[in-house]
Design a binder for this molecule. Structure first.
Ligand SMILES: NC(=O)c1ccc[n+]([C@@H]2O[C@H](COP(=O)([O-])OP(=O)(O)OC[C@H]3O[C@@H](n4cnc5c(N)ncnc54)[C@H](OP(=O)(O)O)[C@@H]3O)[C@@H](O)[C@H]2O)c1
Length: 395
């Protein structure tokens, strides 16, 4: 690739502007933004209007553009941009986890057909270099599990609820997360754990070589949480975190994105605010933890920039694990320990295998016990807006 590298940028929001600033403040990167494609003609921009276009083809069909960097908040439009760019022979870098996780088979086929690389480190855990590590370092059969705080917004809210005693804190913490630029444009994606589920799919592919449908991730958000739940967790020596967790058991892989009681002694418990953390469990290296900013313009842009730099030396994902002979299949028929607080009739109806604790109180009734993950997901409790469901982490 030529120097300076010419970037065609799609999107000039939190991450797009973050990338612009990082490039401007870091001379010697040998990369410059040639053109920026945005959508809204009426928006005031902080830089000169001549930098912008509203036509995707101005970038995709520009022979001087070496790399297309896709940083928009619309997954379907993003896919069309990525597809057209690769068909035009461009390398692509994206941060769009929804697009990557829901279109992975098509994106693999596009890479095969066009020979163009597609990198997406920023899509999962912002600045933490997890995807490249999973690709390059960890051998498939040694990894047994991956557990992460992968969503900055929910970790920010849960940290506030835990530290401020929760009363009235949920809405203000969400507003603050949005104001600081690490909530998704549609915060439902964060608080209902869609974002964490998208990242779970990407982690599963790169950690274990299994492509799973995003709808098969057992997903539950944090909107039903009450101060009472935070206090119950504390009484058990735990804090509530939204965890993405993929675990190998009996040759299969179970995948969740769900609130979880995490014991205070577990390193993930102390990861607070918008910071993300990923714990990798492997046979010989045992537990390892990677921690870093998971959202926000600067941290996310740093991962985008790292991908751009990697393209210079011809880096691409090899997806070796996908081609392995022992790719695990999805298996959510595994036993988990769950905490469920809600109406008596609803929590009683869960097909518990064993009840450890059953509490009736004026603040709420709850049961902690063992249940099969897939049965929990199919229970009425799992879809009820008033019922809070969390797993209980015991390792
Ligand atoms: N924010 C984070 O911390 C973070 C972290 C990791 C990954 N990501 C991912 O990064 C991507 C961008 O997120 P963001 O927070 O930067 O979003 P954002 O602040 O909402 O900005 C979105 C940008 O995309 C542009 N856009 C939307 N549709 C377009 C289209 N069809 N053609 C051209 N431009 C279009 C918008 O244009 P206008 O300016 O004209 O409205 C805007 O500039 C998303 O995929 C997100 O999931 C974000």
């Amino acid at each position: 690739m030529k120097s300076p590298l010419q970037i065609g940028l799609f999107g000039f929001g939190t991450v797009g502007q973050g990338l612009y600033d990082v490039l401007r403040r870091t001379p010697g990167l040998q990369s410059e933004i040639k053109r920026i494609c945005v959508k809204d003609h009426t928006k005031q921009r902080p830089i000169d209007a001549s930098a912008f276009t509203y036509s995707a083809s101005d970038i995709i069909e520009d022979p001087d553009v070496d790399v297309v960097v896709e940083l928009i908040d619309d997954a379907d439009a993003a896919y069309e941009i990525v597809r057209a760019s690769m068909k035009y022979g461009k390398a692509v870098v994206t941060a769009n986890k929804r697009m990557v996780s829901t279109r992975l088979p098509e994106l693999l086929e596009l890479q095969r057909q066009t020979g163009c690389p597609l990198l997406y480190e920023a899509s999962t855990c912002g600045s933490i270099p997890i995807i490249r590590n999973l690709e390059e370092y960890y051998d498939n059969d040694l990894l047994s599990g991956i557990t992460g705080i992968v969503n900055g917004t929910t970790n920010f809210i849960l940290t506030h609820l835990t530290r401020r005693g929760a009363d009235g804190g949920y809405e203000s913490a969400l507003r603050e997360a949005a104001a600081r630029g690490f909530a998704e444009s549609d915060p439902t994606l964060d608080v209902e754990a869609y974002d964490a589920a998208f990242k779970t799919v990407i982690l599963t592919a790169h950690a274990f070589g299994a492509i799973i449908d995003v709808n098969s991730v057992v997903r539950r958000g944090i909107t039903a949480i009450a101060p009472f739940d935070v206090r119950v967790a504390a009484s058990m020596g735990s804090v509530v975190k939204l965890l993405s967790r993929v675990v190998i058991r009996d040759g299969g892989v179970s995948a969740v994105a769900i609130p979880t009681f995490v014991p205070e002694g577990n390193a993930l418990a102390s990861i607070s605010h918008e910071v993300n953390g990923v714990r990798l469990d492997a046979a010989f290296s045992e537990a390892q933890l990677m921690v870093g900013k998971g959202a926000g313009g600067g941290p996310t842009a740093s991962a985008v920039l790292s991908d751009i730099s990697a393209l210079r030396y011809g880096y691409r994902y090899e997806y070796r694990k996908l081609k392995g002979s022992e790719v695990p299949t999805l298996n959510n028929h595994v036993d988990v320990v769950a905490y469920v607080r809600g109406a008596r009739s609803i929590i009683e109806a869960i097909p518990w295998k064993q009840r450890r604790i059953d509490v009736r109180s004026t603040d709420g009734d709850y049961i902690i016990g063992t249940v099969e993950l897939s049965s929990l997901r199919e229970s009425t409790a799992f879809d009820d807006a008033e019922t809070f469901v969390a797993l209980v982490l015991e390792d």
